[in-house]
Design a protein around this ligand. Structure first.
Ligand code: ZN
Length: 315
């Protein structure tokens, strides 16, 4: 039976429950000054809210060097009962300081880091050096990213490395598409590197809520992650419900994933902010069920993530 690699080990793909496909449990990025969250006690409390909202599994798309704490994450997962699939991979340029090693190391070193995370275990110091602290907590998905409307040479190189790591290990790739851009270009790179489109999930597509574009990407076979649930400053959730509706009616229900992507401490209940990581299960999914019925919601939150996250056999 197909399995999914969580921070507590492999689980059956049919045992994920309702999945939040884009979160961060610990995050520290130079692109988000003052917004880091790294406190295990607070984040355990946040994940307990998530558990109470009916979510069974969250996908933590934090990349190499941005504050992953694999040992603490495993402990929080155990305590809260929320299963966590943790990423490896490299983000877009803005998330790394100019002197970070990701900008200068050779591709084979960049690939070795990802393969260690996926096959052996993530460095307990998240590769911030100088001495690694191996853990047995393995990554279960690869994250890549590009800038708004463009892909720098470094981003392209790191996306190619991420694609190769996914191809060699059978896990899927989640792509950060800044404000919904560069999705087709990242998908092209993934296919050129030997992945089929159904191994790629394009994140933040709802920042550019263009149903025609989304339909084209879904028709190619890629997953689309709508992950700005509860972000009223972008648009009301009613717009997001209408977008889901449109894609479902156009025949793409089996290509959609949902998430919250609370990437700032001011968005977390445990730090006194909002809407909280539990906004998906607490507010949005009940509303979507009332509007669209159970069938598409179960497909989007259970069947699709189980299919995407299941590790494929590598020939
Ligand atoms: Zn994110």
């Amino acid at each position: 039976m197909a399995t999914v690699q969580t921070v507590l080990g492999p689980v059956g793909a049919d045992a994920l429950g309702v999945v939040d496909a884009h979160e961060h449990v610990f995050l520290s990025s130079p692109a988000l000054p003052g917004e880091h969250f790294d406190d295990p006690e607070r984040m355990a409390a946040e994940l307990e809210l998530v558990a109470g909202s009916g979510i069974g599994t969250v996908v933590d798309l934090t990349t190499v060097g941005l504050g992953r704490r694999p040992a603490e994450l495993a402990e929080i997962s155990r305590r809260s009962g929320v299963q966590v699939v943790l990423a490896t991979g490299y983000h877009r340029d803005a998330h790394y300081a100019a002197d970070h090693w990701v900008h200068r190391e050779q591709a084979e070193i960049l690939l070795d880091v990802l393969l260690t995370d996926l096959r052996t275990g993530i460095d307990g110091r998240d590769w911030r050096g100088p001495v690694p602290k191996p853990t047995a907590v393995r990554a279960g998905v690869v994250k890549v990213g590009a800038s708004y409307q463009r892909m720098t040479a470094g981003e392209r190189r790191r996306i190619e490395v991420g694609v190769e790591a996914a191809r060699l290990t059978g896990v899927g790739i989640a792509a950060h598409c800044e404000i919904g851009t560069m999705a087709a270009e990242i998908l092209d790179l993934a296919e050129a590197g030997g992945l089929t489109a159904d191994r790629v999930a394009l994140a933040h597509l709802d920042r550019n809520p263009d149903p025609g574009l989304h339909g084209e990407l879904a028709a190619r076979g890629a997953y689309l992650i709508y992950d700005t649930v509860g972000r009223i400053k972008y648009r009301p959730d009613s717009d997001l419900i209408a977008l889901v509706d449109r894609l479902v009616n156009d025949g793409h229900a089996d290509r959609l994933l949902l998430g919250t992507d609370v990437g700032r401490r001011t968005m977390l209940r445990a730090y006194g902010g909002g809407p909280g990581m539990d906004v998906l299960g607490r507010d949005f999914l009940p509303r979507l069920r009332r509007h669209a019925g159970d069938e598409p919601v179960d497909r989007i939150t259970r069947a699709n993530p189980a299919r995407f996250l299941a590790t494929k056999d590598v020939p």
